[in-house]
Design a protein around this ligand. Structure first.
Ligand SMILES: Nc1ncnc2c1ncn2[C@@H]1O[C@H](COP(=O)(O)OP(=O)(O)O)[C@@H](O)[C@H]1O
Ligand SMILES: [Mg+2]
Length: 319
């Protein structure tokens, strides 16, 4: 039975490909050890793991406790990403965050409460409703940083873009050098005029917000990030965009979030511009492929900025 299960799960080709691509030899060794790691988790936590969910870069499977409790086991290649997720889960503990039941740092394993029915916010078709649900979850989730933390900050995102600029001096994929530099300047300007810093989710979007019961929604999969709240919502703005007229959908989402969460709309739009440049760069592959919705969002943020703040923006004006 043990063997059958592993033959079946390892057929998720995209997952195997992602792990090998991202973690190289370390990833291959981890894939080899996955059956053994799962077995150890089952023994230690007295749970039985079932067929996994659709996987991307972590092994996530529903599990049942001896007492019938519905749980989830999430296994990651041990390292910084895992450590940050663990720290974020602990620091962002709230009714709007999936509850961490147990963990094993050496194994890279988390035991989580299971969301039921567990559908993602991407299944909610009404744009306004999805935004209001997300805003409600986000409001409960984000908080002031709790003392010392090793979580990354939005300054690290600026550093990531700086690296890209020096690696691709002529431009990255479809993004020209002048757009890269403009995004870099915008990042720097926003940091020079920085506002209140928050403890953020770090990967807040439709697919990381799950339904728990009839009415409730909770976030999963935090990466952990320190920065302004506006920044953390950009990844949500970039997801689930229509082919036709993404500008008005982004604009509408900005209105709803700004009103509901009392955000600084201009900074929101500017963070949107520089983050969508960075997010697109992250997706550029050697064969020229890149994430087109993220790329199209760059122009969308430029247009929205033009619409509301059509005069030239001087640093002094970004309060
Ligand atoms: N606590 C949970 N309850 C129910 N389903 C979950 C839970 N955690 C994860 N999942 C399912 O597993 C999928 C992948 O989990 P996620 O933590 O987002 O992994 P990744 O870091 O690889 O994106 C989710 O999209 C969801 O379908
Ligand atoms: Mg996820």
């Amino acid at each position: 039975m043990f063997e059958n299960r592993w033959n079946r799960t390892l057929l998720q080709e995209r997952f195997v490909k992602n792990i090998k691509h991202h973690f190289k030899q370390e990833g291959e060794a981890w894939l080899e050890r996955l059956p053994e790691i799962s077995h150890q988790c089952e023994q230690t936590w007295q749970v039985e793991m079932m067929k996994p969910y659709e996987l991307s870069i972590n092994y996530v499977a529903p599990a049942v406790g001896k007492d019938g409790r519905k749980l989830v086991v999430k296994l990651s290649v041990p390292g910084e990403e895992f450590t940050c997720e663990l720290e974020a889960l602990r620091q962002l503990e709230s009714p709007a965050m999936v509850r961490l039941i147990a963990f094993d740092e050496n194994l890279g394993a988390l035991l989580l409460e299971r969301m039921e029915p567990g559908g993602t916010l991407a299944e909610v078709e009404e744009e306004d409703k999805a935004c209001r649900i997300a805003a409600d979850v986000f409001e409960q989730l984000t908080r002031e940083p709790l003392g010392e933390t090793t979580l990354p900050t939005t300054e690290d995102r600026t550093a990531s873009l700086a690296k890209i600029v020096s690696y691709y001096p002529a431009g990255c994929g479809p993004i020209s050098r002048s757009t890269l530099l403009e995004a870099q300047q915008t990042f720097n300007r926003l940091h020079r005029t920085r506002k209140k810093q928050w403890l953020l989710h770090g990967d807040f979007h439709h697919y990381n917000i799950l339904q728990d019961g009839e009415e409730k929604w909770k976030a999963i999969d935090p990466k952990g990030l320190i920065g302004e709240r506006e920044y953390d919502l950009i990844q949500f703005l970039l997801n689930k965009l229509p082919e036709e007229d993404p500008v008005s959908v982004i604009d509408k989402r900005i209105q709803i979030f700004s009103e509901f969460l009392k955000l600084d709309k201009q900074r929101f739009v500017l963070w949107g511009f520089c983050h969508s440049v960075l997010a697109t760069c992250w997706t550029v592959e050697g064969n020229g492929n890149y994430n087109r919705p993220f790329y199209r969002a760059i122009a969308a943020f430029q247009q929205i900025h033009q619409k509301y703040y059509h005069h030239e923006v001087h640093e002094a004006e970004i309060r």
